[in-house]
Design a protein around this ligand. Sequence first.
Ligand SMILES: CC(C)(COP(=O)(O)OP(=O)(O)OC[C@H]1O[C@@H](n2cnc3c(N)ncnc32)[C@H](O)[C@@H]1OP(=O)(O)O)[C@@H](O)C(=O)NCCC(=O)NCCS
Length: 175
Amino acid sequence: MEILETSRLVLREFRLQDTDSLALVLSDPETMRFYPAPLKRPEVEQWIARNLSRYASDGHGLWAMVLKSTGEMIGDCGLTVQDVDGPTDIEIGYHIRRDLWRQGLATEAARACRDYGFAHLTVPRLISLIRPENLPSRRVAEKNGMKIASETMRKGLLHYVYAITREQAPSGLSI
Ligand SMILES: CC(C)(COP(=O)(O)OP(=O)(O)OC[C@H]1O[C@@H](n2cnc3c(N)ncnc32)[C@H](O)[C@@H]1OP(=O)(O)O)[C@@H](O)C(=O)NCCC(=O)NCCS
């Protein structure tokens, strides 16, 4: 099922047949350097299954990112439920295949997810949880209008809680 379309991308729900394409993203040691380890193939399958469960329980999750010019599945971006330190939050997350970095694709997808989130959910804010060392991801969050709101520990590691409130979101939605 297609969720969103931007000028260069389509975001749609994952299917198990995406495993090979997603492994090119999540099994890459460089892409996963801020995670405990690159994912092995069964973990990529579990990762897709977890997002299929999220679609069913939450109505959203991380979605498959398809590059319209080639039809390839090149990463993920989407909305996941997170318990930070207060009420439940919705996080915008993203991962992109390494050969396609620095073309503005994560920013394009993240902004579309921000606009989708504020349009379809009643949340007062959207967040991104990012390790301080992850400068590319921090820059995507900043270009998505987010600022550091607080800090939190995830799996024993410090993360910044980047956030944008509904009031701070641009009024001209991109979707
Ligand atoms: C984070 C990530 C998704 C960014 O994807 P991307 O498509 O390359 O991002 P964009 O092209 O939209 O770039 C956004 C900004 O980040 C900057 N940026 C991208 N890579 C960078 C790098 N390696 N170092 C410094 N800045 C970087 C870009 O220059 C751009 O800022 P600018 O417009 O001011 O120049 C990608 O690097 C990735 O998949 N990283 C690994 C997974 C990950 O860490 N995900 C986030 C978990 S919190």
